[in-house]
Design a protein around this ligand. Structure first.
Ligand code: NAP
Length: 252
């Protein structure tokens, strides 16, 4: 059996919570594979920041809703950096335009489910294959990005997105138990209102500003505040934590 690797894969690592996680993980000693879908410049900038922190990094293009891209991502990360010991299932979209489900377009719904649910399951599957001690891996930790939306339901805004995050909650419980004796911990992090490009566009920015005061803590959170929770769950300090869901929502 091999040792736990110190290579971390972060899907959608070029921006927002993913980028903050890559940078903080580097400071915690991880070498990082920064996955991106479109924005290569942003991912390469994050990879350069990881290297500036003294760790190794590679930016890898891949649409994680596509099986061959997910398999290719794991192969490329292992070939460039070595043994994988951590995976952050971060890439996700809300789907636009926001509004009642009754007005939602079927293609938009399919795209959101393909990335947030099927993509997350594919990444989790490859993580299990790469890290399970029962399959020759060295063990490790998976953190999947859910959302406070999973329990709030997001009526009038994006019920479909909330539903996809409910799927993440179930996956973290089930896979956490499935892999518990195979050296792999699986947890979810559920951010509340976080100021990232997921709220891009004038209308979404306005909603973010309007909602921030109603968060019990009185403001939106930052990507760095979510990254702190993720990097802790990845670490050996969380060695008895699996199948858990850590809400980072300012009381929301
Ligand atoms: P963001 O700023 O919009 O960034 C999304 C990231 O996902 C980008 O790096 C993007 O890559 C990547 N991505 C999009 N489609 C992809 C695909 N098909 N394959 C691979 N990567 C893809 O998002 P964020 O706010 O940081 O959110 C990150 C996670 O936290 C998501 O799962 C989100 O649902 C969850 N979350 C966010 C909030 C919030 O308020 N921000 C709250 C709760 C939960 P490119 O740059 O290459 O396009």
């Amino acid at each position: 059996m091999s040792e736990r690797g110190n290579v971390l894969i972060v899907t959608g690592g070029g921006r927002g919570i993913g980028a903050a996680t890559c940078r903080l993980a580097a400071r915690a000693g991880w070498d990082v594979a920064v996955n991106y879908a479109r924005d290569r410049t942003a991912a390469e900038r994050v990879a350069a920041d990881v290297e500036a922190a003294g760790r190794r990094a590679v930016a890898i293009k891949g649409d994680v809703s596509v099986e061959r891209d997910v398999v290719g991502l794991f192969e490329a990360a292992a070939a460039s950096l070595g043994q994988i010991g951590g995976v952050v299932i971060n890439a996700g979209v809300t789907g636009d335009p926001r509004g009642p489900l009754a007005d939602a377009d079927a293609e938009m719904l399919a795209r959101v489910v393909a990335l947030n649910v099927t993509g997350a399951l594919l990444v989790a599957r490859e993580a299990a294959k790469a890290m399970s001690t029962a399959r020759g891996g060295g063990g490790g930790s998976v953190v999947a990005l859910s959302s406070a939306a999973a329990t709030l339901g997001s009526p009038g805004e994006y019920v479909w997105y909330a539903a996809t995050k409910g799927a993440i909650d179930s996956m973290a419980i089930g896979l956490g138990r499935e892999l518990a004796r195979e050296g792999v911990r699986v947890n979810a992090v559920s951010p509340g209102l976080i100021d990232t490009e997921i709220h891009a566009g004038e209308e979404n920015q306005r909603r973010l500003r309007e909602r921030a005061p109603s968060v019990p803590i009185g403001r939106a959170g930052t990507a760095d505040e979510v990254a702190e929770a993720i990097v802790w769950l990845l670490s050996d300090a969380a060695s008895y934590v699996t199948g858990a869901n850590l809400r980072v929502g300012g009381g929301r």
